[in-house]
Write a protein that binds this ligand. Sequence first.
Ligand code: FMN
Length: 380
Amino acid sequence: MTNAPVSPSLFQPARLGDLHLPNRLVMAPMTRNRAAADGTPEPIMATYYAQRATAGLIIAEASTPNAVGQTYPNITAIHSGKHVVGWRRVTEAVAASGGRMFLQLQHGGRVGHPGTSGLTPLAPSRVPLPDTIHTPTGPQPAVVPVAMTTAQIRTTIADFAAAARNAMDAGFAGVEVHAANGYLLHQFLARNTNHRTDGYGGEVAHRTRFVVEVVRAVADAIGPAHVGVRIAPGLTVNGIEEGDTEQIYPVLLDALGKVGPAYLHVVFADPDQPLFQDIRRRWTGTLIANPVLGWGSPLPPDGGRAAAERLLAAGADLIALGRPFLANPDLVERLRTGAAINQVKDHGLMYTGGTAGYTDYPTLATAAPAHRRVPEPTTP
Ligand SMILES: Cc1cc2nc3c(=O)[nH]c(=O)nc-3n(C[C@H](O)[C@H](O)[C@H](O)COP(=O)(O)O)c2cc1C
């Protein structure tokens, strides 16, 4: 007789810190550039997130903790009273629809431009992004960033802590520290963007230090039960080449484990990858996994359910999906019933203003009857 553990269903409730989640599906953070130029969330964002409130948890889009951390035009921010007021409208609308939200905190580091923020970006070292960056006047070549002084490192850590307090004031249940996808924290982790020779560069214990200090400061500010951390081991977006992925993440996870955040969130998690299996073994807390659905390709017809269930079977506790939630406000219901899913209708509308491609995706209740049909079971 085997005693293999039975993995939970996607539709079973879970606990996260002091939150009760009605299901294990998490809406992944997605920048949609619908904020005002100063980073204040627009009222339309309350509608968009409230439409998706049946997610077990929503992780709201990357929001900058200070002015110099701004990546692109019209992204959201959380470093002023105005930002707090704008976000409060969003969290109240989501709570009124029965949902719960964390807010992702993202400092762009070298992924930023004076044409957008008015400031020269800060980074671990003077290594520019090998690409153009979208600005209000269109794509511009990246500039050489300023290598952060120790004082600037301290100020940035304090800005993350203050932004986390602002997020709690705005009604979020917690914040996710963005250490993935090639932004500032990932730039500290990677060899090709961190050439520092002080205590924040060089050996792995030094390159992981900034991330750990940010997470610790945020946890001290709002309590570790309200903090998550997003990582993307080995991901090469935004010109990142970590160099020693297998060494970085064990050291980072052991240090983060001592801080004890509510969850770790792994981007493009692959249950067959030894690194993912190692992360699951090392991380004793809640693990959110964001499966690989094929970047830029159409969504799988099952909306990602099979990929999600494979990750649950491999030990993930919660599953984050991005584009499936973008195109399907009622994704949980569609996955539960096997109903057909909406595809992303126009990739050109992902990062633009307005309601088109944002709040106008149909639910099963509003769709034409043909789209509501549950697929017939296949007979052998
Ligand atoms: C429009 C869009 C915006 C995104 N913005 C963010 C972001 O703000 N922060 C982040 O960590 N990831 C961001 N991502 C990545 C998603 O969180 C997710 O990792 C990715 O879309 C893969 O998941 P999926 O295949 O389920 O969409 C974004 C993705 C998309 C499509």
